[in-house]
Design a protein around this ligand. Structure first.
Ligand SMILES: NC(=O)c1ccc[n+]([C@@H]2O[C@H](COP(=O)([O-])OP(=O)(O)OC[C@H]3O[C@@H](n4cnc5c(N)ncnc54)[C@H](OP(=O)(O)O)[C@@H]3O)[C@@H](O)[C@H]2O)c1
Length: 287
């Protein structure tokens, strides 16, 4: 099956392209130089030219704090752009794989992992725009995979953000900067490598639907940072702080751990524990 990958030079896109092409898949990587999802005519001509059986869209506006003021930019990419792609895929009869986020949940009402049927209640504009993107796909399409992920890190840092959390922590520690990290937001750090391998398995099932896909276990951002330093042999001055003291512009859920329920239902094994995935990542970056 021919695959078109949008956002091929992003954090997830880079690993996806490497893994899928390494497995002999007929995958074409598209970057912002080839395709702009907000430009429907361009999307139409690029995708009609390729005639893929599956489009994988990793493109997103993912600046969580900036989205609070750049509302229309977030909605242009995460909603209108996604609508363009969904309409084109639907008219070509091809499937779409799209990525959403743990931030569609509010994290006030639960302290146990969210499954795919839990009611969304996003707390920030980014989460609202990503949730709207999900609804648009479900409204237009039948053959879709919506994959909700969380706390992503990969060897190609997020292009949108310019960093990932692991690299940011290591950089701050090596510069000797004092580090404050929130200890009251609980998540599951997730490796792009593990996601990519599981996506490959999922695509083979052709079981369309909405999936949570994260490594297993959970921790606060502070605990995540401490584990990064332990595995990297770094010993910076690090202090836990609260969401209130940290004072980010966008609200974030206190708890946004996802249960990969639908993945197990589809007959796929759960992902490994986040600490094992992180240990691999740190070992690989030392090579
Ligand atoms: N990072 C996380 O922790 C996290 C957590 C949950 C969910 N997600 C979701 O996972 C997906 C992948 O995230 P990521 O970290 O891999 O993002 P990323 O590194 O920022 O990659 C996004 C890619 O999309 C491209 N792009 C942005 N706007 C575009 C547009 N209008 N048209 C075409 N291409 C465009 C970017 O190109 P340029 O860089 O050249 O602009 C980049 O190649 C996104 O849907 C994100 O919302 C991420």
């Amino acid at each position: 099956m021919k695959i078109a990958l949008i956002g091929a030079d992003g954090q997830l896109g880079t690993d996806l392209y490497k893994y899928f092409s390494g497995r002999g898949e007929d995958i074409t990587g598209l970057t912002l130089e080839d395709i702009e999802i907000c430009n429907k005519n361009l999307c139409n001509s690029v995708l009609l030219d390729l005639r893929p059986g599956l489009v994988i869209n990793t493109a997103a506006y993912n600046l969580v704090d900036e989205a609070e003021t750049e509302v229309s930019n977030a909605f242009d990419v995460n909603v209108a752009g996604v609508k363009n792609i969904a309409e084109i895929c639907s008219s070509m009869g091809c499937a779409l794989m799209h990525f959403s986020t743990d931030f569609i949940f509010g994290g006030y009402e639960k302290t146990t992992p969210y499954n795919e049927d839990d009611c969304p209640s996003p707390l920030n504009i980014y989460g609202i725009s990503k949730l709207a993107g999900e609804y648009v796909i479900r409204y237009i399409m039948k053959k879709y995979y919506i994959i909700r992920i969380c706390g992503l890190y990969g060897h190609t840092s997020s292009l949108g953000k310019g960093y990932n959390f692991v690299e940011l922590m290591i950089k701050m520690a090596s510069e000797g900067r004092p580090i404050k990290v929130v200890n009251d937001q609980v998540l599951t750090p997730t490796s792009t490598k593990d996601i990519t391998e599981k996506l490959y398995e999922l695509i083979k099932t052709e079981k369309y639907g909405t999936y949570h896909m994260t490594n297993t276990g959970s921790c606060s951002w502070y605990e995540f940072a401490c584990e990064i330093f332990k595995l990297s042999g770094l010993n910076p001055q690090i202090n836990p702080t609260t969401t209130e003291d940290f004072g980010a512009k966008a609200k974030r859920p206190f708890y946004s751990v996802l249960d990969n329920h639908n993945l197990r239902q589809a007959g796929l094994k759960d992902l490994r524990h986040w600490k094992n995935a992180l240990a691999d990542y740190i070992a690989e970056r030392k090579k």
